[in-house]
Write a protein that binds this ligand. Structure first.
Ligand code: MN3
Length: 201
């Protein structure tokens, strides 16, 4: 299977002023595209893996041959993580931001006490990622947990079930926020699409 860059469900400018158009364009069309290209190039030498989905590849890391394992972990992880990340954002005009409602609100309340406590914990975790990585919410049999991963490590490689993710690589915010990761995290809450997050429960 030749992996392809997924289209966004919104314009590059849709998440302004929280995530700026230029950052979104470079992040999606350059950074994400490069992960897709590198993954496809690495898989060309492994026709036996051609039919595997990205999820299956990442879940099979331990059984992959050594010469392809790191490529799948880094480029495959980069492809999956970004694809997932794009789906859980939306412009405030189209329902992004605000507080979660319904099932997802219940799950957050049951796992963290209340939304503010959850938001603070997730923001702190995102801020604490050293170097490049991601902050996630995973669903452990109905209980939500906050975790972080380094580089392009993906929770599904450990059989964890992610429902929410935030990219805290510098390329995700440096153009607009420079070194101010905390400001980027704070702005990002205004574009979280809680309906999309709820579908991952
Ligand atoms: Mn990124």
């Amino acid at each position: 299977m030749k992996f392809e860059l997924p289209q966004l469900g919104y314009e590059y400018s849709a998440l302004e002023p929280f995530l700026d158009e230029k950052t979104m364009e470079i992040h999606h069309s350059k950074h994400h595209q490069t992960y897709v290209n590198n993954l496809n190039a690495a898989l060309e030498k492994h026709p036996e893996l051609a039919e595997m989905t990205i999820e299956k590849l990442l879940q099979s890391l331990d059984t992959l041959l050594e010469d392809i394992r790191m490529a799948v972990k880094n480029h495959g992880g980069g492809h999956f993580n970004h694809s997932f990340f794009w789906t859980m954002m939306q412009s405030p005009q189209q329902g992004g931001g605000g507080e979660p409602q319904g099932m997802i609100a219940e799950a957050i309340k049951n796992s963290f006490g209340d939304f503010t406590t959850f938001k603070d914990s997730f923001s702190k975790a995102s801020l604490s990622v050293f170097g490049s990585g991601w902050a996630w919410v995973i669903n452990e049999n109905g209980k939500l947990e906050i975790i972080t991963t380094s580089n392009q490590e993906c929770p599904i490689s450990k059989n964890q079930k992610p429902i929410l993710v935030l990219d805290v690589w510098e390329h995700a915010y440096y153009l607009n926020y420079q070194n101010r990761r905390a400001d980027y995290i704070s702005a990002w809450w205004s574009v979280v699409d809680w309906n999309a997050v709820e579908k991952n429960l």
